[in-house]
Design a protein around this ligand. Sequence first.
Ligand SMILES: Cc1cc2nc3c(=O)[nH]c(=O)nc-3n(C[C@H](O)[C@H](O)[C@H](O)COP(=O)(O)O)c2cc1C
Length: 356
Amino acid sequence: MTSSPHFLEKLGVRLPIVQAPMAGVSSPAMAAAVGNAGALGSIGVGASNAEAAGAMIAEVKAQTAAPFNVNLFVHRPAVADPARELAWIARFRPQFEAFGAEPPARLTEIYRSLVVDDAMIAMLLETRPPIVSFHFGLPGEGAIRALREAGAVLLATATSLKEARAAESAGIDAVVAQGYEAGGHRGVFDPDAPDDQLSASALTRLLALETRLPVIAAGGVMDGAGIAAMLDLGAAAAQLGTAFIACDESLADAGYRAALFSDAAHHTTMTRVISGRPARSLANRFTALGDELAPEAPPAYPIAYDLGKALHAAGKARGDYGFGAQWAGQGAPLARSMPAGDLVAWLAAELAAVRR
Ligand SMILES: Cc1cc2nc3c(=O)[nH]c(=O)nc-3n(C[C@H](O)[C@H](O)[C@H](O)COP(=O)(O)O)c2cc1C
């Protein structure tokens, strides 16, 4: 375990706080505001192509001189299964028809894994973001070496000691210990393998004691007291996602924000139905349907997400937000709405108050 001041120095930030990358929710403006306030801001480019990701990096750089993190999805590329995909489309036809819409005729892999995206690697080597993080797995040796040589500090999500050890052997600089309470997609390397569903506190303590990597604790942390608890368990920093969803710079739509401040926040649930991979969402019409369909395996990630996004668009066109990917962690009832820089200032003050 590396002491936290040393690790924060390596990242180039003052506060032990990371604003989580949230593809489709975090924004370059959010990352810049967080960086300007002394914490580490992140953009999630896992669902973007190299060109769009490059534009987002340029946007962050235009708004801050602070370091920032660029996050990529490193999942096993999807294997198409046309029969399963057609059956999935047929299952959801009634929901589309209720919105006066046609389901898509076929489903596609709507974005590529970094493991098969050489253009993305080339863009990262050219734009040289100071910090690069990986979710769902690790890239190959060559990519890791090239990014390190380009000066990037590398982070990877781990949900177990086994995944953290794989990150350590691969030359990753720090692990994001993602507990089961965390919002959004679970970073498990293999979504079909048994999952011990460790909490953020148990996982953070385990990785702090059993690996040599600095640990960034993620899952259910919503305020300064939560950050302090994770630091006490040996984390070098805490990564907060749900806490930032309602910030001004967030891309979350009106329905998502309303749901976050409703009773649904007390009933987050882990579901595969929306995207094909386990992810924690606010309880909504989609997750309820997922519970009914539980024994049926959805198409592979992110092929299933093609249908999920189409269904949300069909509902939204009729003013129904119940089929949105409203990711949130178990701390959702504690979410606050304000500019991201102000939230960082609050978190820092709360942390200092707990420490006093
Ligand atoms: C809306 C949302 C989107 C997310 N998207 C990503 C992502 O693109 N990449 C990633 O590594 N983690 C993503 N996560 C997971 C976060 O990195 C982090 O593990 C999680 O937010 C921590 O739990 P919390 O939400 O309870 O703070 C997302 C989380 C949320 C809530």
